[in-house]
Design a protein around this ligand. Structure first.
Ligand SMILES: [Fe+2]
Ligand SMILES: [Fe+2]
Length: 182
C-alpha cells in the first residue's frame, strides 16, 4: 500500500518539547523574574560599566574614575546579596549537597574582593590601576560568573521558585538590585 505515514511519527516532537511548553506556560503566567534572570542581568550590566570605565580611562577622560567607582560599588552590592541572602538560604534548606559549590563561590568572592580592594586603593590614591590587577579581575569574574549562571542560579531557581519563602527571597533580591533597570 505505501503512502506517507500519518499520525504518530509524521512530525515527531523533539524530546523535551512537551516539558519546555509546560515550563514556558508557567513562566508566562508569572510576572516575577527569576534569580537567574535578575542576577545575570546584573553581571552583564557590571561588565558594560567596567568596559566603559576602561575605555574612558584609555582616552584620558577624567570621569573614568567615577565610572570605575560605580562598577566597584555595584560588584560589592552584588556579592553582598549573594553572601547574605542566597547562600545562607541554600545552606539552610539544602544542607550538604550544595555546600561544596557555595564554598567554592565564597572562596572566589574573597579573591575577587582582594583584587577589587587593590584596584580601589589605586583609584582613591590617584595611582594608575595595574593592568595585572585588571586582567586578574577579568579572569576571576569570567570563571565565577559562568559558574553562578551555569550551575548556582538555575539550581537556586529550580529549588526555591516554587516555595513561598523562595519567592519572597527573590523579591527581596530584586528590590535590592542596584543595576538601575528594576
Ligand atoms: Fe558571586
Ligand atoms: Fe553573581
Amino acid at each position: 500500500m505505501g503512502g506517507p505515514p500519518n499520525g504518530f511519527g509524521a512530525h515527531p516532537l523533539p524530546v523535551g518539547a512537551l516539558e519546555r511548553t509546560e515550563v514556558q506556560r508557567e513562566m508566562s503566567e508569572s510576572t516575577e523574574r527569576s534569580i537567574e534572570e535578575v542576577l545575570k542581568d546584573d553581571h552583564d550590566e557590571m561588565e558594560e560599566t567596567w568596559e566603559r570605565a576602561r575605555e574612558m580611562r584609555a582616552r584620558g577622560d577624567p570621569q573614568a574614575t567615577e565610572v570605575y567607582e560605580q562598577f566597584i560599588h555595584a560588584l560589592q552590592e552584588h556579592i553582598s546579596v549573594e553572601e547574605q541572602e542566597l547562600f545562607p538560604h541554600s545552606l539552610k534548606t539544602r544542607g550538604t549537597d550544595v555546600r561544596p559549590l557555595v564554598e567554592q563561590l565564597q572562596r572566589e568572592h574573597m579573591v575577587i574582593q582582594t583584587v577589587l580592594g587593590k584596584i580601589h586603593g589605586d583609584l582613591t590614591s590617584g595611582h594608575a590601576v595595574s593592568e595585572e590587577d585588571e586582567d586578574a579581575l577579568r579572569n576571576l569574574l569570567g570563571i565565577h560568573n559562568a559558574r553562578e549562571e551555569g550551575f548556582y542560579y538555575p539550581d537556586f531557581d529550580g529549588r526555591f521558585s516554587q516555595t513561598q519563602e523562595g519567592r519572597e527571597l527573590s523579591r527581596n533580591v530584586l528590590a535590592g538590585c542596584h543595576c538601575g533597570k528594576h
